[in-house]
Design a protein around this ligand. Structure first.
Ligand code: KG4
Ligand code: ZN
Length: 341
């Protein structure tokens, strides 16, 4: 279907199952996001981390009813969907196969194109789900549970890696530190919540702060473990102080690297995305930095920071707009890089 300007105008069904969120979304290529749903799997909590086989089985249980409900809530029928976009990687292979298999098969059955979307591209474009959308080119700090990278984004599909974590991703550092503090799983948001009650009065190391645009977070987690062994927290206030000190250290590292990358690239459009971009302390420091330096900051709406299918459907809409090739076979790529160089 084409609108008056000749642009292709379709409803896109987005599917995301790369880890422990089952998500689906309907996005209209002209009108934007119509409806979306996310189910965060709870069955991993008792194991202290995601169990891949259980994740795949839960996606199988949840995805089909979720899509049926979503389509009904959007007030459309299956026949109105013009394209399917699904996450093809990176992620857990079994979990990816559920969403990709579902999306690919549905598209074949309906006789419509389907698009294999890189999960990180979804995050990178997710600030476009906000009312005020970034324009290319922009500098992106991508901070999730699996990745921490600085990306020079020249245009759609033109992504250049400037720096990345050489060990733990920043979300992983939040989760591991939360776990060793006994805060449970998933720990990042719990640690951030506890940090709001604390005072950042402990000096933790900032590994690789002055060494280029790469990051290292595994030493920081170890530093917290060592501190706790030497100074076992006696009450909740001391726990909160540790959390606040950890969070402050992470925020300072991220901000410093972003600042260096911004000065080097001279890009004034800044995008920060991925699960950790939901961190309120980080968002507030970024806002202060951007306004003090006349930079335009774009972050996703809070509910689209962590894994969701709205960003995957949006990436599908971008693929269509830029005449990207639909997929020609079902393939998932658990480790594929987003960057050509
Ligand atoms: O993007 P995401 O949902 O999944 C991946 O692609 O990895 O990111 C999840 C990560 C987890 O490590 C989680 O602890 C972290 O994002 N996270 C947070 C917050 N909310 C989620 N970390 C710090 N503060 C938060 N408020
Ligand atoms: Zn993600």
């Amino acid at each position: 279907m084409a609108d008056l300007s000749g642009e292709i105008c379709v409803y896109i069904l987005g599917i995301e199952t790369s880890c422990d969120e089952t998500a689906a979304a309907i996005y209209h290529s002209e009108r934007g996001l119509v409806h979306d749903a996310v189910y965060s799997q709870t069955l991993h909590a008792e194991f202290g981390g995601v169990v891949p086989e259980l994740a795949s089985r839960d996606h199988i249980r949840k995805l089909c009813p979720m899509v049926n409900e979503l389509i009904a809530e959007a007030g459309i029928g299956l026949g109105d969907i013009g394209a399917v976009a699904y996450t093809s990687g990176p992620g857990l292979i079994g979990a990816l196969l559920v969403g990709a298999g579902f999306g690919y098969s549905l598209a074949r059955a309906l006789g419509i194109p389907s698009y294999a979307i890189h999960h990180l591209e979804g995050h990178l474009l997710s600030p476009m789900l906000a009312d005020e959308k970034p324009e290319f080119p922009f500098l992106c700090l991508l901070v999730s549970g699996g990745h921490t990278c600085l990306v020079d984004v020249h245009g759609y599909g033109d992504y250049h890696l400037l720096g990345q974590s050489i060990d733990d991703a920043v979300g992983e550092a939040f989760d591991k530190t939360a776990k060793l503090m006994g805060l449970g799983y998933p720990g990042g948001p719990k640690l951030a919540q506890l940090a709001t009650k604390g005072c950042a009065n402990i000096n933790f190391p900032k590994p690789m702060l002055k060494r280029g645009l790469d990051f290292s977070f595994s030493g920081l987690k170890t530093a917290v473990a060592t501190y706790i062994r030497a100074n076992p927290p006696k009450n909740e206030q001391e726990m909160a102080d540790i959390a606040a000190s950890f969070e402050d250290t992470v925020v300072e590292i991220l901000l410093h690297k972003l600042q260096v990358a911004q000065e080097q690239s001279a890009t004034t459009n800044i995008v920060v995305a991925g699960g950790v971009s939901a961190n309120i302390k980080l968002r507030s420091k970024l806002t202060d930095w951007a306004s003090a330096n006349q930079l335009k900051l774009f972050v996703p709406p809070l509910k689209y920071c962590t894994d969701n299918a709205a960003m995957i459907a949006l990436a599908g809409a971008m693929a269509i707009k830029h005449n990207a090739e639909p997929d020609s076979c079902l393939e998932v790529t658990p480790r594929k890089s987003l960057f050509a160089d």
